[in-house]
Design a protein around this ligand. Structure first.
Ligand SMILES: C[S@@+](CC[C@H](N)C(=O)[O-])C[C@H]1O[C@@H](n2cnc3c(N)ncnc32)[C@H](O)[C@@H]1O
Length: 281
């Protein structure tokens, strides 16, 4: 088992030999991932350190791709998506354009979920969606929009919850088929997002630790779900502040189901159920 000192050394060596600085991550998330990487590569800890010090950018990116946790799903936490659909989108529907940023988008299911509800509300055409992540392997999957059917089939239930039901109006029941948005091929274990969605989303590499907005625009909504849990308090507040500065007014921030903003009002947000609305400070 790796010691706390070894994890500190790993983070320090990565920082001085690459663009990646994990110093403000919660350290406990690392040990298991680095141990798994050592097992996969069949090398010991100090060999890993040597290889990082060699500075090969492809190897360093491979390490980063392997130490990030990328769990995601379509319409993760349906209640949150229902709130986005029926509480946030009506407030943005008259905008000329709707810009949405998904930092930490992993393999893209979150961005495609958003596109599907925008399309159901007739807002997709005037929307711009941007997914960013530090994991280049996940971004490649996101661009392809192709997933294992077997591993994603259970999330089609989430689709029904969000697309075919409305908890705010039980009269409203629809019957949108999955085939409107996906090509499904269970024999070859593939569920593929349809081209009209894939072609619209923009997926680029970006590190939130840089505290920059990689796009020359401000956003109506930022979804940063299940990413801040990996950061310490200090980095969390800096990132929340980055979001505050890059949201328009009105603008909305959506975090993971179990995440919150400590002292939200002093950070510039009102909490409304499953999301945060920007307030003028
Ligand atoms: C658990 S996944 C969450 C995916 C999706 N947002 C969701 O909730 O289903 C966390 C993602 O954050 C990404 N991530 C971690 N640190 C990051 C950083 N500094 N900048 C951008 N993305 C980061 C990881 O690579 C991973 O894909």
């Amino acid at each position: 088992m790796l010691t706390a000192e070894q994890i500190k050394l790993f983070i320090r060596v990565l920082k001085y030999n690459s663009e990646y600085d994990f110093s403000d991550y919660a350290p406990k998330s690392f040990a298991r991932r680095v141990e798994k990487l050592l097992e996969d590569l069949q090398i010991d800890f100090y060999e890993l350190i040597d290889k990082i010090e060699n500075g090969d950018p492809d190897f360093i990116q491979f390490v980063v791709n392997n130490i990030t946790v990328n769990t995601t799903e379509l319409f993760r936490d349906p209640k949150v998506w229902q709130a986005i659909r029926y509480r946030i989108l009506p407030r943005l529907k008259d905008n000329e354009v709707i810009n949405i940023w998904h930092p930490g988008c992993s393999s893209g299911q979150e961005v495609y979920s958003m596109m599907i509800i925008l399309n159901e509300e007739g807002l997709l055409e005037k929307s711009n969606l941007y997914g960013t992540d530090i994991n280049t392997e996940m971004l490649e999957i996101a661009r392809k929009g192709e997933y294992s059917y077997r591993l994603n089939v259970e999330y089609l239930q989430n689709f029904d919850e969000v697309i075919n039901k409305n908890p705010y109006d039980y009269q409203h029941v629809s019957n949108v088929p999955y085939s409107k948005y996906f090509e499904i091929d269970p024999i070859n274990d593939i569920i593929r997002v349809k081209p009209f969605l894939r072609e619209k989303a923009v997926f680029v590499k970006h590190n939130l630790v840089s505290l920059t907005n990689p796009f020359e625009r401000q956003f109506d909504m930022i979804l940063c779900r299940n990413v801040l849990i990996y950061f310490n308090r200090n980095l969390q507040s800096k990132v929340i502040n980055l979001f505050y500065r890059n949201l328009k007014y009105p603008g909305y921030l959506v975090l993971g189901y179990h995440e919150t903003i400590l002292d939200a009002e002093s950070m510039g947000f009102f909490k409304h159920g499953y999301y945060f609305a920007k307030k003028l400070k």
